[in-house]
Design a protein around this ligand. Structure first.
Ligand SMILES: Nc1ncnc2c1ncn2[C@@H]1O[C@H](COP(=O)(O)OP(=O)(O)OP(=O)(O)O)[C@@H](O)[C@H]1O
Ligand SMILES: [Mg+2]
Length: 265
């Protein structure tokens, strides 16, 4: 199997002139209900350009909903979400454009089963961004090379391992040249031996300066790649901390309790 290589996966997020450290994703007083259930409660969160934020918390705490809200896959009831200085519109062409700024990788790989690996990566740029097929193919092959699966380009998703499929999903998201990448438990459906290869690709991406929001319980990754850990419980951000502090010396009782359960697994 080809290993993900160590070369740069992207140009720094945001393109030329974009300065690290500026606010890129800004959530202000975001609230969301599912019927009676208050799933996001006054969420205030700023992710700066080039920052890697790991979101951690118990099942049902609202982590996926938060990601889906940032990508407008879920509408919110109250508050605002801005990407690179622009409020997310409700709908229309502008929404499609802003959504393309946000790449998303889910737990399940969500590749198009009846398309080749290469077509999975070229389809978005060709259909949604009007990139010429020959150019889309060159870019896709370069991305597949960088995530270590270029030799699988002609195959179909079912012919690849879970780890390979997830790396294709990352390449597919990157092909849209997003400003920020969201990962929702990208390794939790994988066999242990495949987790590392996906985390290595994500670590390389972080090192290249991609802005990332990553829902994961992989502490090794958080320690290595995260600038900040956000701990969510019952729809709220309960604690924000450096990875080192969070894992060794969490401030909140709820985080302490959660971590003790995670560690005793
Ligand atoms: N479409 C929906 N309709 C109704 N309730 C929902 C919907 N999606 C999520 N919920 C509920 O909202 C709450 C938050 O769910 P969410 O999926 O964001 O949690 P999570 O932190 O990602 O959990 P997990 O760790 O299990 O993935 C949960 O109580 C969930 O049951
Ligand atoms: Mg979830």
């Amino acid at each position: 199997m080809t290993e993900p290589n160590e070369t740069s996966l992207t140009t720094p997020a945001g393109g030329p002139g974009a300065a690290r450290g500026e606010p890129l994703v800004v959530l202000t007083d975001v609230n969301k209900h599912f019927g009676e259930l208050h799933v996001l409660k006054d969420i205030n969160l700023t992710v700066t350009r080039g920052e890697v934020v790991v979101v951690i918390g118990p099942s049902g705490s609202g982590k996926s909903t938060l990601c889906r809200a940032i990508n407008r896959l879920e509408p919110i009831d109250r508050g605002t979400i801005e990407i690179d200085g622009q409020k997310l519109p409700e709908e229309g062409k502008q929404l499609a454009q802003l959504r393309a700024d946000v790449g998303m990788v889910f737990q399940s790989f969500n590749l198009f089963a009846h398309k080749s690996i290469l077509d999975n990566v070229t389809l978005g740029p060709i259909k949604a961004k009007g990139v010429k097929p020959s150019e889309a193919k060159d870019r896709a092959m370069a991305l597949l090379e960088r995530v270590g699966v270029a030799n699988q380009a002609g195959k179909y998703p079912a012919q690849l391992s879970g780890g390979q499929q997830q790396r294709v999903a990352i390449a597919r998201a990157l092909a849209m040249q997003p400003k920020v990448m969201l990962f929702d438990e990208p390794t939790s459906a994988l066999d242990p031996e495949m987790i590392t290869e996906v985390l290595d690709v994500m670590t390389a991406l972080a090192r290249d300066g991609m802005t990332m929001v990553v829902v994961t319980h992989e502490m090794g990754f958080a320690r290595k790649a995260a600038d900040r850990v956000i701990f969510m419980d019952a729809g709220q951000i309960v604690e924000e901390n450096s990875p080192e502090e969070f894992f060794t010396n969490p401030r909140s009782m709820r985080a302490q309790d959660f971590l003790s359960k995670l560690l005793s697994h």
